[in-house]
Design a protein around this ligand. Structure first.
Ligand code: NAP
Length: 660
């Protein structure tokens, strides 16, 4: 199929938001009702939304500015406002809300820049340096950015510049949307049979977000009516399908089509792409540029346990859940205690006859009592009645996530608590979380000893805990095995202490191969260099996007851009898309054939992220996690904030690149 020249499908829409609702519902409720709603509201968000709706920032009084108290485990309500601040803010908000009602205000449009700045300064405790990044997330800001400011028709009319986008998951949808908005001709392929990437593949029992839903959406698709605080897997998948529809890209994706080879043709500066389609037939097509949105966590890792082939029961990886297998009354083993196992175990414990969990390292769990909660009725009312409330709430989640919990996992020079903690703050967090474990598992001292992690909090991904994990492990039918796995037998698994655990089903919740970027795709760049040979197991890309010697190849959500204790994933990958599109713009504007990042730029970037990661819990030499590659370098994680990534990707610097 020839690439379709796209049109900027939403060029006429009001805001750069596929979910923009031009008008809220009129408020008809009385003061007593409004008082109850205000009591339930997140005050900084409500004040921001009301200031925007009224065009009056005087309610954002300096003395009511939330202090943004750093998050240790859970976000502080109202950004840490004192009780007195909250009381005054509620009174102001109530009166402003009544004014919105009385004046019949149901709409808010693009805000004057001084209003945007005043609101963002109020919300961010005066962090001036955050404002450009925050505007990227604020669709009421006239200079929001994100949407391409140029069009292919203006810059390169008549030029043959087809672009291949590989993947239609969270990153691929963002890429396809932005490239389409610029009018760049795109072909989108995905090896799966539907959009959604990881959310289409991970359908195991209990699958849901373990980061707040409102922070997990695109800046250009700010859905407001999410049902859950932490969305269920199917809800995210529905959203992704819906975004692809609204963006006009859903029916342009070639599904069941896998990229197997890319070869850079130096003569005419084209990527020759070999794909295998649904019928198994290979096709070779030529593209001016390639955007790889293949994702980090989609290649299952199943350890090579001895005797696995002997086992006569059912086996499945968490990502390849076999829904035809009924677990009711079966004896089930789950290997692993990471984020996937943490959701699977409580979801199946009631159904199975016996549950055996094989744990190599205990996970750290952060308290999250609202983990399974629906969005409150008060929130729903505000979302329907106060113009843009949910979008301000989304911005607030992203804003408070800028520093996130990074301060709790940053190493303190000279700290002597290793390997259990890395700083005073980290030690305090450890003690707080251990006290929770003691409360949860106190009735079973032997079990308690096994569920206290022996590494610093934050060294591996922390999980959200609403007590269901402990309840599942404490159930009479559950056994936690920590002795390690020696071998499989016909009937089950023998642990390192020689005990055989007979089971009917084994679930491998053993994770992925995140550091093997572009695994299964041969990528031959300039001078015949293959990308995996260049990386030699140590995946590196400038800004996580470009690799020297591989011109016009852009990785979205590539190495070293994953956030774990701070920041929005969607922001990072949208920014990578925009950066790649800026690079394409530079190529077209100059009439060049291609752009290739210089090795010095890559090395400088890698040295910078390495320096940051060395200071974090996961960068300590005694820690082992999937964040590191086989050389021990942390190649998955971004150690800084969203703001540094915004700045780092602000421009495609000429001196860092060669134009071909
Ligand atoms: P994971 O975090 O890599 O966990 C794999 C588990 O398997 C770990 O407990 C690991 O132990 C264990 N394991 C690996 N090899 C083993 C072996 N040879 N013997 C015994 N145990 C072994 O994988 P995951 O749970 O699938 O999660 C991966 C990532 O996916 C998460 O960190 C997160 O980024 C993402 N995820 C997100 C969500 C969400 O948002 N809702 C849900 C699930 C996953 P060690 O800890 O000792 O290595």
């Amino acid at each position: 199929m020839a690439p379709t020249p796209a049109t900027a499908s939403d060029a006429t829409s009001r805001l750069d938001d596929l979910y923009d609702v031009a008008s809220a519902e009129p408020i008809v409720e009385d003061d007593a009702f409004l008082e109850r709603v205000v009591a339930d509201a997140e005050l900084p968000v409500l004040l921001a939304a009301l200031a925007a709706a009224l065009g009056d920032t005087s309610i954002l009084r300096a003395d009511l500015r939330p202090p943004l108290t750093p998050i240790d485990t859970q976000p502080h309500p109202h950004g840490g406002m004192s009780a007195a601040q909250q009381e005054a803010a509620r009174a102001l908000a109530l009166s402003a809300l009544a004014t919105v009602r009385d004046k019949g205000i149901t709409e808010v449009g693009l805000l004057p820049d001084e209003t945007v700045r005043a609101i963002l300064a109020f919300l961010s405790a005066g962090q001036e340096s955050w404002i450009p990044m925050l505007k990227h997330e604020l669709d009421l800001a006239a200079d929001k950015g994100g949407r391409p400011s140029w069009s292919f028709a203006e810059v390169a009319a008549g030029r043959d510049f087809p672009v291949l986008i590989v993947g239609a998951g969270v990153a691929g949808i963002a890429a396809a949307h932005r490239y389409a908005q610029a009018g760049v001709p795109i072909t989108v392929i995905d090896a799966n049979s539907a959009v959604g990437g990881t959310w289409a593949k991970n359908t195991y029992p209990g699958v849901r977000l373990d980061t707040p839903t409102f922070g997990y959406s695109y800046s250009f698709a700010q859905r407001g009516d999410w049902p859950h605080q932490f969305a269920q897997g199917g809800e995210i998948l529905d959203y992704l399908r819906d975004v692809a529809e609204r963006a006009g890209i859903a029916d342009r994706i070639e599904f069941s089509t896998r990229l197997t080879r890319l070869r850079w043709d130096e003569t005419d500066a084209r990527w020759e792409a070999t794909t295998r389609g649904p019928d198994g037939a290979e096709q070779v097509r030529r593209f001016a540029a390639v955007v790889s949105a293949l994702g980090q966590l989609d290649r299952p890792h199943i350890p090579d346990f001895a005797g696995q082939e002997l086992f006569t029961g059912v086996t499945m990886h968490s990502q390849e859940w076999d829904h035809s297998v009924d677990l009711t009354g079966r004896r089930v083993a789950v290997i692993g205690t990471g984020a996937s196992a943490y959701q699977i175990v409580p979801a199946i414990v009631d159904d199975v006859a016996a549950l055996t969990v094989f744990q190599r390292s205990a996970p750290w769990m952060l308290p999250a009592p609202n983990y399974h909660h629906q969005v409150s009725d008060g929130f729903r009312w505000l979302q329907r009645k106060v113009p843009h409330y949910a979008q301000w709430y989304r911005l607030w989640v992203i804003l408070t996530g800028i520093p996130g919990r990074a301060h709790t996992v940053t190493a303190e020079p000279g700290w002597t608590g290793a390997p259990l903690s890395i700083s005073r703050k980290n030690q305090e967090l450890r003690e707080h979380l251990v006290a929770r474990l003691e409360r949860q598992f106190g009735s079973e001292p032997e079990l308690l000893a096994h569920v206290i992690p022996s590494y610093p909090p934050g060294a591996k991904r922390m999980l959200r805990d609403n007590e269901v994990w402990a309840a599942a492990l404490l159930a009479d039918k559950s056994t936690l095995v920590t002795a390690g796995i020696e071998r499989f037998t016909e009937r089950g698994i023998v642990d390192a202490s020689g005990v055989e655990h007979e089971v009917d089903v084994v679930v491998f919740a053993t994770g992925f191969k995140p550091s093997d970027y572009l695994e299964g795709v041969e990528v031959v760049g300039r001078h015949g260099t293959e990308i995996h040979d260049f990386w030699d197991g140590d995946t590196r890309a400038h800004n996580g996007v470009t690799v020297p010697g591989f011109p016009n190849l852009f990785l979205v959500y590539g190495p070293n851009v994953g956030g774990v204790v701070a920041g929005s994933l969607h922001f990072m990958l949208e920014r990578a898309v925009e950066y790649s599109l800026d690079a394409v713009h530079e190529v077209l504007r100059r009439g060049a054939a291609a752009i290739d990042v210089r090795r010095e730029a890559l090395d400088r970037f890698v040295a910078w992220v390495d320096e940051g990661n060395r200071r974090m819990a996961w960068g300590q030499p005694y820690v082992h996690t999937w964040y590191q590659n086989r050389h021990g370098r942390v190649s998955q994680i971004w150690p800084y904030t969203n703001v540094e990534y915004f700045d780092s990707t602000a421009a495609v610097t000429e001196s860092d690149h060669e134009f071909l």
